[in-house]
Each structure stands twice: as C-alpha cells, then as structure tokens.
Design a protein around this ligand. Structure first.
Ligand SMILES: [Zn+2]
Length: 192
C-alpha cells in the first residue's frame, strides 16, 4: 500500500512538473491559473476560463480572466510584437496596463448595442505599456506624440494575433486604450 501511495505521489509530482513546463493553456511562459467557469448573467460568461497574471515574462497590471484562445493571442502579441517593438526603449517592456478584461456588457457599454467580446472573455483592453526604467507609454498621450510611430507599431503588431484591434483612430470610445479581441472576420483581421 505504502509503495502504491509513493508511486502515486511521484506521478502527481511529474504531472505538476509537466504543467509548469507547458505553461497555462499549454503555452510556455503563460502564467496564471485555471479558474471555475464564469456563469452569466444571460449570454455573458466564460467556459474553461483562465486568470492570467504574466505573459512571456511581462506582467499584467491586474490578474485578468479570459479564454485560452485570448490568452494565446496575447502571448503571440507580447512575444512577437510588444517585446521586440519596445526592446530598445527604457530597458524593455515590463508590464501591460490592463484597462478591461472580462465584463458583462454591450459594445462600448451602449444600451441596445451588440454584446461585447469582453462579455465572453474574448477581449482585453490595454491602456499603457510600462517599461523597466519606470517610464510609460500610454495610448492616450503617446498616440499623437513623438512616440506615435512606436504606438502604431504596437497597434499593428496586435493585428493578426487578434482578429479585431481598435485604437484612437477607430472611434471616440478608443482614445485612451487599445481594444484587442479574438473575433475573426471572414475578410481577415479588422484593425483600425
Ligand atoms: Zn475593449
């Protein structure tokens, strides 16, 4: 009996180690935890959600609930877009300032509008990129500043990993943050 218990403990350890190596959602470098399903109300909610805290070594300002599909898109954006774009600025990217994650609401919180991808854990809003030296690039202040080119490269890098990318040039609701979601249009990514 004791031997069986010992083997089971070893197997449990091995399983944990495997999970660590693969990372959350099977993505190496994606950190956080699986959480219980987020239920409603109505059409809102997330099936098999995760609470993401860190992506490819970059912290999220607040643990954020989303689907694994969204977390994987965020990982691609951070690894292939945000980190390389900001590698020579302020010591590199340290943290993403999250303006919104899961939220049971309509698009832009307007009455009668279609339900937002935020209400399904399929979207994340980023308002700023915090660098290792403490300096910050914000969508609100830097989109039309000397850093405009960098901000546009960040916006562009999200286009593809995410199916929908909205920034200050899309509409008045996105002057102070980028909206990223995994909704796919048949005609290709929608990025404004
Ligand atoms: Zn949004």
């Amino acid at each position: 009996m004791r031997r069986v218990a010992g083997i089971l403990a070893l197997l449990a350890l091995a399983a944990c180690g495997g999970e660590d190596r693969r990372g959350l959602c099977g993505v190496p470098g994606l950190e956080g935890e699986r959480i219980p399903d987020v239920e409603g109300p109505g059409v809102c909610g997330i099936e098999d959600p995760v609470m993401v805290t860190r992506v490819a070594g970059v912290d999220l300002s607040t643990p954020t609930r989303m689907t694994c599909e969204t977390a994987s898109a965020l990982d691609v954006f951070v690894r292939t877009g945000a980190k390389p774009v900001l590698s020579s600025k302020g010591g590199g990217l340290e943290r993403l300032q999250v303006a919104a994650g899961y939220a049971c609401r309509t698009r832009n919180s307007r009455p009668g509008a279609r339900v937002s991808e935020h209400a399904k854990g399929r979207a994340i809003d980023i308002s700023a990129f915090v660098l290792r030296d403490g300096s910050t690039l914000t969508v609100e202040d830097d989109w039309r500043s000397a850093n405009a080119q960098t901000m546009k490269r960040l916006h562009g890098a999200a286009c593809g990993p995410f199916g929908t990318v909205l920034g200050p040039e899309s509409d008045p609701f996105h002057q102070d943050h980028f909206h990223f979601d995994v909704a796919r249009q048949r005609s290709g990514p929608y990025c404004r």
